[in-house]
Design a protein around this ligand. Structure first.
Ligand code: NAD
Length: 516
């Protein structure tokens, strides 16, 4: 039973014309490790207030790599939904919907078998209203770039073509030493000048986009090719001042993605890194903090890795011991072509490999420091399969008395069609988080969250988190992190699965017409 208008009558929540203010008592356990294997736990309660601004801004999203498979599919997908399009396929008529998006197509349980769409619980941007533009090193208009991507059904392409043909990518910051050399042939839409002049040009693009479209907020989303990792260098990447100085001095150690991030942050834009490279260095994070914006990354979690972050948790949390995980992919899109060179593949390998670390560390019965688990990631570029990536995984686990359980997964991931709803969720929730502030009873004013927006990790393969805080890769915990904050902001308690109603009462659903 899906409900659209949700009213919470609770002393924990107040609505004014512009804000929702809720109060929530947060429980945390303070842990004290004593000698040997002893631990002392002191539970602590902290009362938080959350203030959510109700007014949804007019949002613009600037995509770096807008002419790529994901960029064009994102623009076409939102157009198709906004225009309410239907198109013919060999299986019949398909109507545009946001299937695959957590905010648009998932629900939250309110109680007694009643559900609400995630998007209906707090005011959120409607993806149909987002204004898009972006940069690409290739100047092809978005209609022809969509054709080149070979992702969408021809009858859908035909309908969005007239709008997309008018959209041209802005000239880009390009440095071939960061992406694969095989991308050079695409590069015909490139900014000239010094590094500083290029950053200035990107800042001017952002200003003009905001002004021309009367936007309240702009988010920058990296959907460009995967770059090789930048070598972290003291004096360049470590502080905000050093990065800005390195830009003035035209340092070759600054990747294009770093330059877009800096330009965006200086223009007051949040920055989301949809690829694996280490754009968000300490200096960039410090700059984000100084400018009051959020950054989040790294690398969209869409297909194989998303399933892995469920399967490995499922095995280890019930006491089964994965010993070997081999993940093989082949894909034939331009992303696969770029990843066919070793340094770009290495960036992807790092982000795909880290996803099981926290699960293994959570269970020392199965894994002590000396236990080795074979975890391999292989990617091959096979042009013929295009965007329809094949992901083949083998999980070999140790079970009772030396037995072995083998799970084989064959996953055909339509890469861009999985990625686009995730890109939308990232920008929609990032925008929502920028309207939520918090305080405790001791604080006089509401504050923003940490500039590293780790709450978006549900959508990211290698979540970036604030220094000295734990990384969470397990999918259901990441989802509950978002869901519970939404619940608390509207005056509901976080979800717990104790089901005391089922155990302690003779329970039947009773839906009264009003709780007044
Ligand atoms: N399921 C998925 O599709 C998925 C999942 C996780 C991560 N990603 C990452 O998302 C990114 C985009 O994927 P895609 O399939 O759209 O790739 P793509 O190669 O089709 O698109 C990337 C676009 O970026 C452009 N580009 C490269 N460098 C640029 C720069 N400096 N400035 C502006 N534009 C630049 C390219 O010309 C290209 O059009 C890749 O890095 C990929 O690894 C994709």
């Amino acid at each position: 039973m899906l409900r659209k208008l949700i009213k919470v009558k609770s002393p924990n929540v107040q609505h004014s014309e512009n804000e929702i203010i809720s109060e929530y008592s947060y429980d945390r356990n303070n842990i004290f490790l004593e000698n040997n294997d002893e631990v002392t736990i002191i539970p602590q309660k902290t009362t938080y207030q959350f203030m959510t601004k109700k007014k949804v801004p007019k949002l613009g999203v600037m995509i770096v790599g807008i002419g790529g498979n994901n960029g064009t599919t994102l623009v076409a997908g939102c157009l198709a939904n906004r225009e309410g399009l239907s198109w013919r396929t060999k299986k019949g008529i398909v109507k545009a919907k946001y299937i695959g998006s957590y905010t648009q197509a998932a629900t939250i349980h309110l109680g007694d078998g009643v559900y609400a769409a995630v998007k209906d619980l707090l005011p959120m941007v409607n993806p149909n209203d987002i204004v898009f533009t972006g940069w690409d090193i290739n100047n092809t208009n978005l209609a022809e770039a969509m054709e080149r991507a070979q992702v969408l059904e021809p009858d859908l392409q035909r309908q969005v073509y007239p709008i997309m043909v008018k959209m041209k990518p802005l000239p880009a910051i390009f440095d071939l030493s960061f992406i694969a050399s095989n991308q050079n042939e695409r590069a015909n839409n490139i900014l000239d000048g010094t590094i500083k002049e290029k950053v200035e040009a990107v800042r001017n693009h952002i200003k003009a986009f905001k002004e021309d479209n009367n936007l309240d907020k702009v988010i920058i989303l990296w959907s460009g090719n995967t770059e090789q990792y930048s070598t972290y260098t003291e004096g360049i990447h470590d502080t905000a001042d050093n990065i800005l100085r390195a830009i003035d001095q035209a340092s070759p150690k600054l990747s294009p993605s770093t330059l877009y991030a800096v330009a965006g942050i200086l223009e007051g834009c949040d920055y989301i890194n949809g690829s694996p490279q280490n754009t968000l260095m300490p200096g960039v994070i410090e700059l984000a903090e100084q400018n009051g914006v959020y950054v989040s990354g790294d690398d969209l979690k869409t297909g194989q890795t998303r399933l892995k972050s469920v399967l490995v948790d499922f095995l280890v949390s019930i006491g089964i011991k994965p010993r070997s995980i081999v993940s093989y992919n082949h894909l034939g899109n331009n992303d696969g072509k770029n990843l066919s060179e070793p340094l770009q593949f290495r960036s992807k390998e790092i982000s795909k490999s880290s996803v099981i670390d926290d699960v293994l560390q959570s269970n020392e019965i199965l894994y002590d420091e000396s236990t080795h688990i074979d975890h391999a990631v292989i990617i091959k570029y096979i042009p013929h399969v295009g965007d329809d990536k094949r992901a083949i995984d083998e999980y070999v686990s140790e079970i009772f008395l030396g037995g072995e359980s083998i799970i084989e997964v064959y996953n055909m991931c339509q890469d861009s069609l999985l990625a686009v709803p995730v890109m939308l969720d990232l920008v929609i929730l990032d925008e929502l988080y920028s309207r939520i502030t918090w305080k405790t009873k001791e604080m006089s004013a509401f504050e923003r969250f940490h500039p590293v927006n780790s709450s978006l990790s549900l959508f990211l393969k290698a979540p970036l988190v604030p220094e000295n805080t734990p990384v969470v890769n397990v999918l259901y915990r990441q989802r509950l992190c978002i869901e519970n904050l939404i619940r608390v902001c509207i005056g509901l308690a976080p979800e717990n699965f104790m089901l005391l109603d089922n155990k302690c009462h003779a329970f039947t659903y009773h839906h009264e017409s009003s709780a007044a």
